[in-house]
Design a protein around this ligand. Structure first.
Ligand SMILES: Cc1cc2nc3c(=O)[nH]c(=O)nc-3n(C[C@H](O)[C@H](O)[C@H](O)COP(=O)(O)OP(=O)(O)OC[C@H]3O[C@@H](n4cnc5c(N)ncnc54)[C@H](O)[C@@H]3O)c2cc1C
Length: 475
């Protein structure tokens, strides 16, 4: 299936099918016949991402070098077929699926970590390394790569950079872009460029590294990344507490900083999220649990003990009850089980989960959650809120049944109202998952016309033939 689209060039230029035999023959010369997949069964795993809508590519190409990627892109420009890059394929906005047909470039074989430089605190890696494998490799030599999307076991570094992924450690350490020092990128006309370098200070020319981070595979294909590392913190501790209200729980967040503690993670669950995990897994939460906070700290062992005690006293003073503080790694893991239980617990509330990731200034989280509950009531849709209270990025989940057309319509209306609310509160429609094709219809709720036009100009300048990941971000 492919959607006809005139592409960003607006010229409606006829595209040559990538599956034409002479095109396939050239692609086989470029990457080797065994790395060009056309059989339905072998192409199938590349047809969808976490959105689960299927758009099978005409062919999947598995190059191993930047030169091979560049040759594919040059051919795509000559013959006019779309190219979509793919990492681990666990994006939440359809970024890696070829909605206008053409080929998918899978980065599965570009999976080597090239070097880890401990003294200079960087790692050079190919894009097809999973986030987890990279974390493990650097931790083995006492170093730390903080970005930690929950999909870390399957997402690739290339996909993380293209989506500018965040995670629970963002409260202290920021998001992927804060760790990207330099990139090798095949731009949409087939040239190979290098951005940034090996150093954290580098102000030569435009910040093209920053431009590529979060560009959702539309401005170039990342073939190598140099990532900043930190020393691995010696210890971590977690405090968990329940509160009567979301307002009470969230009021603790700025108080941690006023007490001169910078938690790694501050996660919050609302009443419905607690009820869902309680029904499914019986953690022992009572009816009075209206919100739950999980707060982690890291650093030197002695510092971490002190910070955990400060966190504990702040949550107690703020009205927290059933307060628990981990004393060991095992206890810490058990405290976090409740957060990991949410996704499986939500399955009983519907076959369809509209999992949004809106973000607001963190002091507005209680208002966001209260008004989202009201939106849920107005559209007769069950809603569960949880997420990153430390950076204001809340996962708003509207639940319904996929086969119930009317319920799906109401949930979509609730999503639109939630996006409008996030913008009204000074935030925006996505903190982590990006736009892809799923959120493209809402882009103008978050950005002004002139801003969108500036983005389109950049896209056209770099991709005059509109071959790279067409049909995404802009409707
Ligand atoms: C269970 C689950 C939990 C998640 N948790 C989080 C979370 O905590 N935080 C978060 O931020 N996100 C999260 N996500 C969303 C998603 O995992 C992230 O966006 C992740 O970065 C996607 O990586 P990927 O390798 O799967 O990319 P893909 O889905 O394969 O691709 C995503 C985009 O990147 C582009 N791309 C991929 N590789 C390259 C490359 N080499 N060069 C240029 N463009 C490329 C693609 O074209 C596409 O537009 C979660 C998803 C799931 C399913």
């Amino acid at each position: 299936m492919s959607r006809h689209h005139e592409g960003l060039t607006g010229r409606g230029r006829a595209r040559t099918a990538a599956s034409d035999e002479d095109v396939l023959a050239t692609l086989r010369e470029i990457v080797g016949a065994e790395h060009v997949l056309v059989d339905e069964a072998r192409v199938e795993p590349y047809a969808s991402d976490a959105v689960k809508e299927k758009f099978p590519p005409e062919a999947v190409l598995l190059p191993q070098t930047a030169d091979e990627v560049a040759a594919i892109i040059k051919l795509a420009n000559e013959r006019g077929f779309p190219v979509t890059a793919r990492g681990g394929g666990v994006g939440y906005t359809g970024g890696a699926v070829p909605i206008e047909g053409g080929v998918v470039i899978g980065t599965d074989r570009m999976n080597r970590i090239r070097t880890i430089q401990a003294d200079d605190l960087y790692v050079i890696t190919e894009p097809g390394v999973t986030t987890y494998a990279l974390q493990q490799a650097v931790e083995a030599v006492g170093l730390f790569y903080p970005p930690d999307p929950a999909s870390y076991k399957t997402s690739f570094i290339g996909g993380n950079i293209a989506e500018n992924a965040g995670g629970i450690r963002s409260a202290k350490y920021g998001v992927t872009k804060h760790y990207v020092l330099g990139l090798e990128v095949v731009i949409p006309t087939g040239e190979i460029i290098r951005t940034g370098g090996l150093t954290s200070k580098n102000v030569v020319g435009f910040d093209l590294t920053g431009l590529i981070c979060g560009s959702e595979g539309m401005l170039g294909i990342i073939t190598e990344a140099t990532l900043r590392l930190l020393p691995l913190p010696e210890a971590t501790r977690t405090v968990r507490a329940t509160f009567r209200t979301m307002t009470e729980a969230c009021a603790c967040v700025p108080r941690f900083n006023r007490a001169r503690v910078m938690p790694v993670a501050i996660e919050v669950l609302d009443r419905n999220a607690i009820a869902a995990v309680e029904t499914e897994f019986a953690f022992g939460f009572g009816q009075d649990a209206g919100a739950l906070l999980l707060v982690s700290v890291d650093g030197h062992a002695s510092e971490v003990e002190r910070d955990a005690l400060i966190i504990e006293s702040v949550v107690r003073e703020g009205g927290g009850f059933d307060v628990m503080r981990s004393e060991s790694r095992e206890e810490e893991e058990r405290l976090w089980d409740v957060r990991r239980a949410i996704s499986p617990a939500l399955k009983k509330f519907g076959t369809m989960k509209f999992n949004e990731d809106v973000v607001v200034p963190r002091s507005r989280v209680p208002e966001l959650v209260a008004r989202v509950e009201e939106i849920g009531r107005r559209h007769d849709t069950f809603v569960v809120n949880f997420g990153h209270a430390g950076d204001g990025n809340i996962h708003v989940n509207f639940m319904c049944d996929r086969d119930d057309t009317e319920a799906m319509r109401r949930a979509r209306a609730a999503v639109r109202d939630t996006f409008a609310l996030s913008v009204e509160l000074g935030g925006t429609i996505s903190g982590e998952h990006g736009i892809g094709y799923v959120k493209a219809p809402y882009l103008d709720m978050a950005l002004g016309a002139a801003t969108i036009d500036a983005m389109k100009l950049i896209k056209r300048a770099l991709d005059p033939n509109g071959i790279l990941n067409p049909g995404k971000m802009f409707v």
